[in-house]
Design a protein. Structure first.
Length: 97
């Protein structure tokens, strides 16, 4: 009886626990970066998205490498944030963190 009760408690606990979030990294191509201050603006924009852990923006490569918690953010949120600031972006590749 105790074993059945314990199994039920464990099953209830597991169903109540959300899926574990993961750290992801995505590389975005970023358009409209035409001056030295553009990467700073893009980096600050991405850093302001909840869940973003790190954003490294390259003016030369016209890319942003963004590491984020996928429980709080997703690629669509990142690209929307940059586009809203006038820098449309799209993912090049995504890898598990």
């Amino acid at each position: 009886m105790q074993r059945i009760l314990m199994t039920g408690v464990v099953a209830l606990f597991l169903s109540a626990v959300p899926a574990f979030a993961g750290e992801r990294t995505v590389t975005l191509t970023v358009e409209n970066m035409t001056c030295a201050s553009c990467p700073y603006i893009v980096e600050q924009t991405l850093a302001g998205v909840p869940g973003v852990i790190r954003a490294d923006v390259s003016f030369e490569d016209k890319t942003a490498i963004v590491t984020f918690d996928d429980a709080e953010a997703d690629v669509a949120t990142l690209t929307t944030a940059t586009a809203d600031m006038g820098y449309p972006s799209q993912p090049v590749e995504a890898t598990a963190g």
